[in-house]
Design a binder for this molecule. Structure first.
Ligand SMILES: [Cu+2]
Length: 121
Protein backbone atom coordinates (compact mmCIF):
# COMPACT_ATOMS: atom_id res chain seq x y z
CA UNK A 1 0.00 0.00 0.00
CA UNK A 2 2.76 2.38 0.93
CA UNK A 3 4.61 1.55 -2.27
CA UNK A 4 1.50 2.30 -4.37
CA UNK A 5 1.24 5.72 -2.71
CA UNK A 6 4.88 6.45 -3.44
CA UNK A 7 4.43 5.47 -7.07
CA UNK A 8 1.35 7.67 -7.45
CA UNK A 9 3.16 10.54 -5.76
CA UNK A 10 6.15 10.23 -8.07
CA UNK A 11 3.89 10.08 -11.11
CA UNK A 12 2.11 13.25 -9.99
CA UNK A 13 5.44 14.89 -9.31
CA UNK A 14 6.73 14.12 -12.79
CA UNK A 15 3.56 15.59 -14.30
CA UNK A 16 3.93 18.83 -12.37
CA UNK A 17 7.61 19.02 -13.35
CA UNK A 18 6.57 18.68 -16.99
CA UNK A 19 4.04 21.49 -16.52
CA UNK A 20 6.74 23.77 -15.10
CA UNK A 21 8.96 23.05 -18.10
CA UNK A 22 6.11 23.80 -20.50
CA UNK A 23 5.64 27.21 -18.89
CA UNK A 24 9.31 28.13 -19.28
CA UNK A 25 8.90 29.22 -22.88
CA UNK A 26 6.32 32.02 -22.65
CA UNK A 27 3.51 31.87 -25.18
CA UNK A 28 3.02 35.61 -25.14
CA UNK A 29 5.83 38.15 -25.17
CA UNK A 30 5.94 41.92 -25.09
CA UNK A 31 8.54 43.77 -27.12
CA UNK A 32 9.41 47.44 -27.29
CA UNK A 33 10.55 48.55 -30.70
CA UNK A 34 12.10 51.93 -31.41
CA UNK A 35 10.58 53.24 -34.64
CA UNK A 36 11.14 56.34 -36.76
CA UNK A 37 7.45 57.30 -36.84
CA UNK A 38 6.95 61.06 -37.14
CA UNK A 39 3.25 61.87 -36.93
CA UNK A 40 -0.21 60.44 -36.33
CA UNK A 41 -0.27 59.18 -39.88
CA UNK A 42 2.87 57.10 -39.29
CA UNK A 43 1.39 55.72 -36.08
CA UNK A 44 -1.76 54.74 -37.97
CA UNK A 45 0.18 53.12 -40.81
CA UNK A 46 2.24 50.99 -38.41
CA UNK A 47 -0.57 49.98 -36.06
CA UNK A 48 -2.96 49.23 -38.94
CA UNK A 49 -0.45 47.02 -40.73
CA UNK A 50 0.41 45.15 -37.53
CA UNK A 51 -3.26 44.63 -36.63
CA UNK A 52 -3.47 42.20 -39.55
CA UNK A 53 -0.06 40.67 -38.92
CA UNK A 54 -0.27 37.11 -37.62
CA UNK A 55 0.37 36.59 -33.93
CA UNK A 56 -0.11 40.21 -32.86
CA UNK A 57 -2.39 40.52 -29.82
CA UNK A 58 -2.14 44.16 -28.84
CA UNK A 59 0.04 47.19 -29.32
CA UNK A 60 0.42 50.79 -28.33
CA UNK A 61 2.63 53.53 -29.66
CA UNK A 62 4.15 56.28 -27.60
CA UNK A 63 4.56 59.14 -30.05
CA UNK A 64 6.92 61.09 -27.81
CA UNK A 65 9.53 58.35 -27.69
CA UNK A 66 8.29 56.69 -30.95
CA UNK A 67 8.49 53.37 -29.15
CA UNK A 68 5.98 50.74 -30.13
CA UNK A 69 5.01 48.25 -27.42
CA UNK A 70 3.67 45.10 -28.93
CA UNK A 71 2.29 41.88 -27.44
CA UNK A 72 2.57 38.81 -29.64
CA UNK A 73 2.26 35.05 -29.64
CA UNK A 74 5.73 33.51 -29.72
CA UNK A 75 4.52 30.55 -31.79
CA UNK A 76 3.14 32.77 -34.55
CA UNK A 77 5.69 35.54 -34.91
CA UNK A 78 9.02 36.91 -33.66
CA UNK A 79 10.40 40.34 -32.84
CA UNK A 80 12.55 40.12 -35.98
CA UNK A 81 9.44 39.43 -38.03
CA UNK A 82 7.63 42.43 -36.52
CA UNK A 83 10.67 44.68 -37.08
CA UNK A 84 10.85 43.58 -40.72
CA UNK A 85 7.15 44.34 -41.15
CA UNK A 86 7.63 47.88 -39.81
CA UNK A 87 10.69 48.37 -42.05
CA UNK A 88 8.67 47.21 -45.07
CA UNK A 89 6.35 50.17 -44.41
CA UNK A 90 9.29 52.57 -44.70
CA UNK A 91 10.15 53.07 -41.03
CA UNK A 92 13.14 52.13 -38.93
CA UNK A 93 12.54 49.44 -36.33
CA UNK A 94 15.42 49.18 -33.86
CA UNK A 95 18.45 48.18 -35.97
CA UNK A 96 16.37 47.25 -39.03
CA UNK A 97 16.31 50.01 -41.63
CA UNK A 98 13.75 50.24 -44.44
CA UNK A 99 14.70 49.83 -48.08
CA UNK A 100 15.02 53.10 -50.00
CA UNK A 101 12.03 52.03 -52.10
CA UNK A 102 9.77 51.62 -49.05
CA UNK A 103 11.07 54.85 -47.54
CA UNK A 104 10.40 56.82 -50.74
CA UNK A 105 6.75 55.72 -50.68
CA UNK A 106 6.16 57.59 -47.44
CA UNK A 107 4.53 61.02 -47.53
CA UNK A 108 7.31 63.67 -47.65
CA UNK A 109 6.66 64.90 -44.12
CA UNK A 110 6.83 61.36 -42.75
CA UNK A 111 10.33 60.97 -44.20
CA UNK A 112 11.77 63.70 -42.02
CA UNK A 113 11.86 63.34 -38.29
CA UNK A 114 10.18 66.22 -36.53
CA UNK A 115 8.75 67.93 -39.63
CA UNK A 116 5.16 66.75 -39.06
CA UNK A 117 5.42 68.00 -35.49
CA UNK A 118 3.06 65.30 -34.26
CA UNK A 119 0.09 66.81 -36.11
CA UNK A 120 -2.12 64.97 -38.60
CA UNK A 121 -1.47 66.08 -42.18
CU1 LIG B 1 3.95 60.64 -40.62
Amino acid sequence: MKITKIIIASILLSFSTAAVFAQKAPKVQTAEIQTSAVCGHCEEAITEALTYHKGILAMSMDMESKVLSVRYKTKKTTVEDIRNKIASLGYKADEVTPTLEAFNKLAPCCQKEGVCGGKED
